[in-house]
Design a protein around this ligand. Structure first.
Ligand code: NAD
Ligand code: DAU
Length: 341
């Protein structure tokens, strides 16, 4: 099969490319990526010399380039990971989230419709919004996003469904829980806390730290997407996670324990505006495709922390580069005890 993997140089996309080529070594994979700050060639450093893997640097909102890339490579399936993905960045600068996540996904749908290509879209549990205790989101629940990031992902998710209903486009959607694992940009909580702990820097925990997340290993997201691509029903949406949550404070404990650091590094800082307290998904529909997660969330967080301890070559250049500006903007006031907006 000929696949176009958009956002394949990012965290989940690169893990998926690696997983897919291991499982389907004869497939042709084209990574289509804008190489934003989060998209990094080195995430696939060991694979670029393979004859069946290539990179096109481009924007998913560039219709002519997407069309011509699909035509040139005989694309049969687009898997869309490309997105702006960090909630805090969406609060600081939201417009690019609409450009990429909404318009970019819409352009992919138009090209897929024009060329008759199947499209699989990577959505998120954040589209369901904050989930009250006692409930787990199922795929038919209404979408109720609460951040600019989540709203842009919900719009994309609904456009994908609309193209199936209106044009009969063969689409599938997976809604993933919080992923952890190798090559996650250190703006996200687990790699941020892991790398800060390794450096002996403070861990900025938003608010009381009792927000709940399903920290799923990226490997299980990859196997879940594969299950949907191979055995899922066209037009359907599938949740992908473990169905088990922990608080951020529990996640911090696992990171510190794994890395042999103590709690004096933890700082409670001003909360993220509009911070969702809890995400929780029911994953029985995906289990119906003969899929099971391999990792418990506790194992997933510990394994991720160990990866950052063993792979400083990957994150040290990021942390000493443009990331510093973002870190200052996001955390300097918070860590100094100033109240942020
Ligand atoms: P990431 O930020 O690590 O990577 C995003 C990738 O998309 C980068 O390679 C970037 O260069 C590329 N990209 C951004 N804008 C682009 C554009 N306009 N055109 C082409 N490429 C562009 O993200 P991630 O964490 O790997 O997330 C991948 C997907 O999974 C996203 O759609 C995200 O919403 C979704 N998701 C993420 C999580 C998570 O926990 N990280 C959970 C559920 C769903
Ligand atoms: O749930 C899926 C989503 O998971 C994906 O769609 C997003 O792309 C991905 O970024 C992630 O969103 P979150 O906002 O849940 O993840 P993040 O790693 O930013 O934060 C995890 C939790 O930790 C959240 O409750 C906020 C908190 N946090 C985060 C940071 C960066 C802190 O307490 N301090 C921090 O410095």
């Amino acid at each position: 099969m000929n696949l176009l993997i958009t956002g394949g140089c990012g965290f989940i996309g690169s893990n998926f490319v690696r997983y897919w080529l291991e499982q389907h070594p004869d497939d042709q994979v084209v990574v289509y990526d804008k190489l934003t700050y989060a998209g990094r060639r080195e995430n696939l450093h060991d694979l670029w010399d393979r004859p069946n893997l290539s990179l096109v640097v481009g924007d998913i909102a560039d219709q002519a380039l997407v069309r011509c890339t699909c035509q040139e490579h005989g694309t049969e399936l687009i898997v869309n990971f490309a997105a702006e993905t960090h909630v805090d960045q969406s609060i600081l600068g939201p417009l690019v989230f609409t450009d990429t996540n909404v318009r970019g996904t819409h352009v992919l749908l138009e090209v897929a419709r024009e060329l008759g290509v199947r499209l699989h879209h990577i959505s998120t549990d954040e589209v369901y919004g904050h989930i009250p205790d006692g409930h787990q989101s199922v795929e038919t629940d209404p979408l109720a996003p609460r951040s600019p990031y989540a709203a842009s992902k919900a719009a994309a998710d609904q456009l994908v469904q609309a193209y199936h209903i209106t044009y009969g486009l063969p689409v599938t959607i997976t809604r993933g829980a919080n992923n952890v694992g190798p090559y996650q940009y250190p703006e996200k909580a687990v790699p941020l806390f892991s790398t800060n702990a390794i450096l002996g820097e403070l861990l900025p925990v938003y608010g009381d730290g009792r927000q709940m997340r399903d920290y799923a290993h990226v490997y299980d997201h990859c196997t879940g997407i594969e299950a949907v691509l191979l055995r899922g029903q066209v037009g359907e949406v599938y949740n992908v996670g473990t169905g088990r949550e922990m608080t951020n404070l529990e996640m911090v404990d696992i990171v510190l324990e794994t890395l042999g650091q103590d709690h004096s590094l933890v700082r409670h800082v001003t909360d993220r505006p509009g911070h969702d307290r809890r995400y929780s998904m029911n994953v029985d529909k995906l289990r119906g495709l003969d899929w099971e997660p391999r990792y418990d969330p506790r194992q997933a967080v510990a394994e991720a922390a160990r990866w950052y301890a063993g792979n400083r070559w990957w994150w040290e250049p990021i942390r000493s580069g443009e990331f510093r500006d973002y870190y200052e903007r996001q955390y300097a006031g918070r860590l100094a005890g100033k109240v942020e907006g």
